[in-house]
Design a protein around this ligand. Structure first.
Ligand SMILES: Nc1ncnc2c1ncn2[C@@H]1O[C@H](COP(=O)(O)OP(=O)(O)OP(=O)(O)O)[C@@H](O)[C@H]1O
Ligand SMILES: [Mg+2]
Length: 256
């Protein structure tokens, strides 16, 4: 049974002069443990959709249903920029959510230590974000997101500010962590390769207004691999082409 259902969601932004329809009848479900990517051109409404799923934005119509949970406790959010607080140490950043949940200080520190170890950042608890590279900061942000044990992770282009090598490594790390902690994830990206390498399913959105154009099931033999392995698998190229063609057809239909 689905852990999350986006139930016929519409969203329109209103300003004094204009109304912008950002989302039009978005409807899909996500199964527990599934990794779903939302792929689409800039401005097609991906971040709007994630904000609605996170409960940060009220949709104009429709709703989001999360099985057995409410939005505030079961969802973790990871963004393009790490948003670590610069004046707090890495440990303080990672334990922040746990403190809000009234975890005992020592327990929170233990959780932070374990997670920082798991993301490959041992012994940096007392460092400040500015002392870390971009990739290390994103790994610390991943540890912070996982610390409060959310059931569902929302990832809004978390790799886009990184160099290619750091990005490929972080993709593998995120997939491995999500698998071992049995999380469900929704990733927003405009990178086809990333969507294919990481996901079980890809939701391709068209723009103006943002709508679901097509949903692809990633071939099983690719979905079973790590992202890095998937990129070098023989069937990666053909599947990339089929997604690419759909994206191209969308661009032509919206620019004409
Ligand atoms: N706060 C806002 N007020 C008015 N319009 C907005 C607001 N936020 C987004 N929009 C508009 O809604 C549409 C969808 O924006 P959104 O940020 O969700 O797109 P996106 O797919 O995440 O884009 P990108 O890939 O560039 O991050 C765009 O036309 C955008 O201009
Ligand atoms: Mg966005």
């Amino acid at each position: 049974m689905a852990i999350l259902t986006v139930n016929h969601v519409y969203h329109t932004y209103f300003s004094q002069e204009v109304a912008t329809e950002a989302l039009h009848d978005i409807h899909f479900s996500v199964e527990p443990g599934e990794f779903v990517s939302i792929l689409g051109a800039s401005g097609c409404g991906k971040s709007t959709l994630l904000s609605i799923i996170a409960g940060l934005l009220e949709p104009t119509a429709g709703d989001v249903i999360i099985k057995n949970h409410d939005q505030s406790t079961s969802i973790g959010y990871m963004l393009q920029q790490d948003y670590l607080f610069p004046w707090k140490t890495i440990e303080e950043n990672v334990t922040l959510g746990l403190k809000l949940l009234k975890y005992h200080d020592l327990h929170a520190k233990d959780i932070a230590k374990e997670l920082l170890q798991a993301v490959g950042l041992p012994n940096i608890e007392k460092k400040f974000p500015r002392q870390l590279s971009g990739g290390m900061r994103q790994r610390a942000a991943l540890a912070r997101t996982l610390a409060v044990d959310p059931k569902i992770l929302l990832l809004d282009e978390p790799f886009s500010a990184l160099d290619y090598k750091a990005k490929l490594k972080l993709e593998d790390l995120v997939c491995a962590m999500l698998k071992s902690y049995e999380k469900t994830a929704i990733l927003v990206t405009h990178d086809i390769g990333e969507a294919i390498a990481m996901s079980d399913r890809i939701i391709l959105m068209s723009a103006k207004p943002g709508a679901i154009h097509k949903i692809f099931d990633v071939p099983r033999e690719l979905a079973a691999l790590t992202p890095f392995e998937a990129r070098t698998h023989p069937s990666y190229g053909a599947f990339f082409q089929s997604v690419w063609k759909e994206l191209e057809s969308l661009e032509h239909s919206t620019s004409s």
